[in-house]
Ligand binder design. Sequence first.
Ligand code: 0PR
Length: 377
Amino acid sequence: MDERGAPAKKVMRELREASEDDLHFRDGRIFGSMCTDPLPIARRAHAMFLEANLGNPGYYKGTWRLERETLRILSKLLHGRNLGGFTVSGATEGNITALWMARNTTRRKEVVAAKTAHFSVRKAVDLLGMRLVEVPHDDMYRADVDAIGRKVGKDTAAVVAVAGTTELGQVDPIDEIGELCRDRAFLHVDAAFGGFVLPFLDHPDTPPWDFRVAGVSSLVLDAHKMGMATIPASHLLVREASHFRKIAVESPYLTSVYQTSLLGTRNSAGVAAAYAAMRALGRSGYRQIVARCMRNTRTIVRRAREAGIEPVVEPIMNVVAFRVHDVESTQRALDAKGWKVSTSRNPRALRVVVMPHITAKSALAFAHDLVAVSQKG
Ligand code: 0PR
């Protein structure tokens, strides 16, 4: 650190230069991220609550109220009643907290999850000294229910099921998994991506995946993905609020007697941003956003198919992976044209996430280039 501070103008110039080197959602070129341009009102809300700290809720009664209200809105959306929960920094923290609670409540150590679960589950299991029992998926890349049934036993603390897998946007058969877990193990649903998509699909043909399923103990969904909020904003909801006691730690010098969150000082700007997005959009607003993402996804799939490029599975959500000859070289060729896509590992494919910052025009232009670069290869 320099002895003397730099003039604000100079610092601002440095910041602008750094920001110019970043990619921006507004340019409509990013198909490789599950985040998006936050709603303008969410940005404003974020800026208003920068100094609040929900780690010390007694000082921030207004922010605390926003958090409670946000959880109430989500409980209703996800068909829960009197759910416990709080805002977390992301599904990684949500998954860690849920498994921490499951471990301490059951005093067991095994976590059963399909290969298709997000890598944050591995982090959680490692941190918590638990054991991951990995099960296969079916040919649609959904967790294999029979395999889960064979693995759930006296050592199982929790099963993790996914509503919107990272690579393909698939939904595990959560209703059937719920039947298996009832009174036997915790069932934690990772709806990081699907939580803000599935409730708003026009023709949902996925079986129940939220608190309608009696076996579901907890669920995480990210407002900083399809929730249109700022980063970091995610929500952990728990059917039995009393389970939080199992991870409570006394916080003597704070305004709350106990803390049940992994984090101490807690981001509150994301809480306000999530609240603002949900209040401003309402169900109809999210429905419109999801419908547009799905239209653009279908456009890309249709164009690709016309050129003989098939999706790995028919997409349920705005995540789709394409079978192309050479995944890396296709990704590189698209990159050279300014398109940022990612790849999936299981199976190897070109992964495309069609977020709200993608317009109909950029979806079409992307599909055109995808076809062009694939035909060259
Ligand atoms: N669960 C699922 C199903 C996820 O897809 C993700 C993240 C997580 C948990 C972890 O969420 P947090 O990262 O919020 O803690 N999925 C994306 C991924 O890892 C996240 C992402 C977002 C990646 C934006 C890149 C990016 O630009 O691929």
